[in-house]
Ligand binder design. Sequence first.
Ligand SMILES: *[C@@H]1O[C@H](CO)[C@@H](O)[C@H](O)[C@H]1NC(C)=O
Ligand SMILES: *[C@@H]1O[C@H](CO)[C@@H](O)[C@H](O)[C@H]1NC(C)=O
Ligand SMILES: *[C@@H]1O[C@H](CO)[C@@H](O)[C@H](O)[C@H]1NC(C)=O
Ligand SMILES: *[C@@H]1O[C@H](CO)[C@@H](O)[C@H](O)[C@H]1NC(C)=O
Length: 343
Amino acid sequence: MAAKQAVLLFSLILALGFIPLLVFSAQAIPFERLESLRVVKKVNKNGPFLGLITVYAPEEEAFFKTGVFRPDPRHPFVDLSGRRFRIGKVEGKKVIYVKCGVGLVNAAAATQQMLDLFDIKGIIHFGISGNANGSMQIGDVTIPGQLAQTGLWDWLKPNATMEPNDFAQFDFKSYNDPKVGENHLGKVGYSTEQFYSVAGEVNVPQRPVWFNITNNWLHVASHLQGVKLDQCANSTLCLPEKPKLVVGLKGATSNFFIDNAAYTQFLFKTFGVTSLDMESLAVVMTCLSNGYPVIAIRGLSDLAGTQKGDNTIRLFGSLAALNTAKVVIGFVKSLPINHVSRF
Ligand SMILES: *[C@@H]1O[C@H](CO)[C@@H](O)[C@H](O)[C@H]1NC(C)=O
Ligand SMILES: *[C@@H]1O[C@H](CO)[C@@H](O)[C@H](O)[C@H]1NC(C)=O
Ligand SMILES: *[C@@H]1O[C@H](CO)[C@@H](O)[C@H](O)[C@H]1NC(C)=O
Ligand SMILES: *[C@@H]1O[C@H](CO)[C@@H](O)[C@H](O)[C@H]1NC(C)=O
């Protein structure tokens, strides 16, 4: 009897002891991920790296078409969460490159993953964008000094009072045509991101509207020389003016692709923004939250709805992406090693 109880007790201890072990060792981390993490560890022995994050296929194609990326023959890439992190060199500097995918969620997730797993010095984010600034042209490249998220909305009834955290509002009825009458879509209050950061108090978010690009990286960018931007998409399709690089303007990020003159003009008038994109703020906010240097480089592919006729992204998207890639390469090249330090 006593022996039988002892055996039962022993089995119970075994079962209780082993269940958590099984859960944690065999199920929590899938085999492929363990395998990738093993490679990550080897890759990091060769770090630190500059992180390069772009968004989607046309930007990736333009970047690789320049031929500057030299893959690391030992570990050319690591796949994590369905994304390919490529390891190599650009202009003699060690880099890890990833294409994050469209939108703020993809951008923030890929950025946080890059910072958490790899030995990263800072992140250079790049891609194409819409242009809201009448003094800028398609083909120009902008390196904003400040970015805001303009898609975090309090969507309210027509005659609601604004929420206290809202810093601007968009009233749908101002855009009625004809003017008279109410608009059931009401109005939108622009809310601020809750910004958690290593520089702030733990668990207490700040509510900045504008996120600042790392100052000394912006300084390096504003002294970039010798980057020749293309004026023609092909032998017959050229832009009227020679494209330029402009550093230090403002940019807006939201989860919307904007091809609407009224809304683009509202954004320019209200926030003074030039580039309109769907990722930059997410990459920048994630880097600043973790205390890493960051810069965003965006080539203007279209006029975000203020153009006559169709959006020009199909005509000039690849030219804008190529000009962007050229500025990225120029920036990597001129980034002095001491400016690659963490803070
Ligand atoms: C707007 O305000 C009016 C009067 O102030 C009120 O009668 C009406 O119900 C309000 N409409 C909405 C949608 O809240
Ligand atoms: C960004 O820079 C401006 C000055 O250019 C400063 O007033 C502001 O506080 C900075 N924002 C943050 C979040 O540090
Ligand atoms: C240049 O691009 C335009 C627009 O895509 C196209 O219509 C035209 O045929 C192209 N020209 C050449 C020479 O490829
Ligand atoms: C628009 O672009 C021009 C040309 O780069 C620049 O000088 C101007 O400051 C920009 N406007 C705003 C509001 O940023």
